[in-house]
Design a protein around this ligand. Structure first.
Ligand SMILES: [Zn+2]
Length: 79
């Protein structure tokens, strides 16, 4: 008669696990440089170009590469 449902997961308890990661946030621009999507060849190539351009002092090119990474749609979804 008085059957208590078993296996009731306490979700609140699970969610209680806080992520107390003390990530230092002192970057001037958190969106820079943009993260190239993993497994995306285009982004990886652009990121390399950006790095090289930056090393050679070509900030304009580096910036345009960043823009392309940010705007890259789909990130080479494989069929
Ligand atoms: Zn991409």
């Amino acid at each position: 008669m008085c059957t208590t449902p078993r296996g009731s997961i306490d979700i609140a308890e699970v969610k209680r696990q806080q992520t107390t990661a003390g990530e230092p946030v002192h970057l001037p621009d958190p969106t820079r440089p943009p993260r190239p999507a993993p497994h995306c060849d285009v982004c990886a190539a652009l990121d390399r170009q950006r790095e090289q351009a930056e090393k050679s002092g070509n900030i304009r090119k580096a910036t345009s590469c960043e823009e392309e990474i940010r705007r890259h749609p789909g990130h080479g979804k494989q069929p």
